[in-house]
Design a protein around this ligand. Structure first.
Ligand SMILES: [Zn+2]
Length: 231
């Protein structure tokens, strides 16, 4: 085992060795968890991944989609972005500019290459991204004017959710805005031609859920009531 007593700083490059605390965690995983997963990981390495589920989750470190669904290696194709939002489809521009984004690429790979059967948009309580979109819109700012301009530019995609709720004239509850954002993402998913085709063909189903990580509660989107029910 390497000496983990201190960070090794390399004066020759702009980059540094992995933090010892991280390496220590790896050693613990290798000792405690790897033996239980070795057969599965070996099979996945040999045969490739065939996950049934794709999940769009927030980057938030408190949200662990594979944990709350007890998913193991190979079970879930997970894409994470700020506030687990799916923007509307934009055709690739070809010059690297425009509206192409990593979420689109992940969706295309999950649906067209991996052919997942279920696609879940997972929102969560106390989402800083949703709060940020709310604050940006309430302050009348555009995305680039937001204190984090790259985050602001991304959150512009969610502005229609704020506008719709603000039009009702009530105080906007951030958790409710998060849930409506999940529903908007479900509608936006259908703007992707390959997703609309897969749904129409019966090979893909779309789902929404919302996790209150503080209490462990999971709410599932009910398409009949357009609301969320405890599961
Ligand atoms: Zn979040």
């Amino acid at each position: 085992m390497a000496n983990l007593s201190e960070n090794k700083r390399c004066p020759m490059t702009k980059f540094q060795h992995c933090p010892p605390s991280l390496i220590q965690r790896y050693y613990a995983w290798k000792q405690n968890s790897l033996p239980r997963q070795a057969a599965t990981l070996g099979r996945l390495a040999r045969d490739g991944q065939v996950p049934d589920f794709m999940v769009i989750s927030c980057c938030d470190s408190r949200i662990l989609p594979t944990d709350i669904f007890e998913a193991g290696a190979g079970d879930m194709f997970v894409h994470r972005n700020i506030a687990n939002f799916v923007p509307t489809y934009h055709a690739p521009s070809g010059d690297g500019s425009g509206d192409a984004h990593g979420t689109s690429a992940a969706l295309e790979y999950g649906v067209c290459a991996l052919k997942v059967a279920h696609l879940l948009v997972l929102g969560h309580a106390k989402c800083g991204g949703v709060q940020g979109c709310h604050d940006m819109c309430a302050a009348g700012q555009s995305g680039p004017e937001f204190e984090l301009p790259l985050v602001g530019a991304w959150l512009e995609n969610m502005r229609p959710v704020y506008n719709q709720m603000a039009a009702d004239g009530k105080n906007i509850d951030i958790d409710e805005m998060s849930r409506r954002s999940v529903v908007q993402s479900l509608h936006n998913l259908l703007s992707f031609p390959f997703i609309a085709d897969a749904v129409a063909g019966g090979t893909l189903s779309l789902h929404g859920a919302w996790n209150d990580f503080g209490s462990g509660t999971l709410l599932a989107y009910n398409p009949e009531t357009d609301g969320f029910d405890p599961v």
